[in-house]
Design a binder for this molecule. Structure first.
Ligand code: ADP
Length: 226
């Protein structure tokens, strides 16, 4: 019989852009029926509630339109709203959260408040060269913003699956900018990993192997916690 834990587990994915967080999150979400909570999606979604009496939505939209980064406190508030809405129903995979130690501390506070299990951090480790290589391979459709990866049929055909238009490299996926992004993240990631290591909840896997092999390593690392 399937062993069921009284409370679902929660995962935090840590790694630089291009390490495979989104890819592994999708596999984990399917395997364990977890809710994929991506703060990027929350920021994009809440802008559409601007114009009413949701003060946070109005502030997010104003910053977004002005190209001003969103502060830690807003990311925390958006995550808090989602936890309030869903915490009794499911476990979570946090994607692009926490992105700083103060956010990690807030997440600890929130999971305690909602009586959830403390998050396990899965760090997907890749070298700068590999992360940059993958990001420069990505293509997107400038019309509908869809992103395509080498394994997608539309990528090989060089035609958007939605509108049929030609695919392009995103302006921020050049080698130079991808390297810059890797370095920005490397420092943050080191500190976030240190935080979870100190809490005894850091699992490290190598991201430089085929997707299914990374997934097997993740599952192996999770065994003691299932
Ligand atoms: P992140 O969410 O960390 O930025 P993604 O999951 O979007 O990373 O993956 C970035 C790119 O690398 C995608 O094109 C994806 O298909 C590819 N990718 C992901 N995992 C692997 C892997 N293990 N080996 C090779 N390519 C991978």
């Amino acid at each position: 019989m399937h062993k069921s834990h009284p409370r679902p587990f929660n995962l935090v994915l840590v790694g630089p852009p291009g390490s495979g967080k989104g890819t592994q999150a999708q596999l984990l979400e399917e395997r364990f029926s977890l809710y994929h909570l991506a703060t990027g999606d929350l920021f994009r979604a809440i802008r559409f509630h601007a114009g009413g009496d949701d003060v946070l939505a109005n502030e997010v939209k104003a910053r977004y339109d002005a190209g001003i980064p969103q502060p830690d406190t807003v990311a925390v508030e958006l995550v808090d709203r989602e936890l309030k809405r869903l915490h009794r129903k499911t476990g979570f995979i946090f994607d692009a959260f926490p992105l700083s130690v103060p956010q990690a501390i807030e997440l600890e506070r929130m999971v305690k408040f909602y009586d959830m299990r403390s998050p396990l951090a899965i760090s997907i480790d890749v070298s700068e060269a590999e992360a940059v290589r993958r990001l420069t391979l990505r293509r997107f459709c400038p019309v509908d913003q869809h992103v395509y990866h080498p394994q997608d049929a539309a990528y090989t055909a060089n035609k958007c699956a939605v509108c049929g238009g030609p695919l392009m490299q995103r302006p921020d996926d050049t080698t130079e900018l991808a390297k810059k992004r890797y370095l920005t993240y490397a420092d943050r990631i080191m500190k976030i990993k240190e935080f979870y290591r100190e809490h005894g909840r850091l699992l490290e896997v190598s991201g430089e192997q085929p997707i299914q092999a990374v997934f097997r390593e993740v599952l192996q690392a999770l065994v003691p916690y299932l």
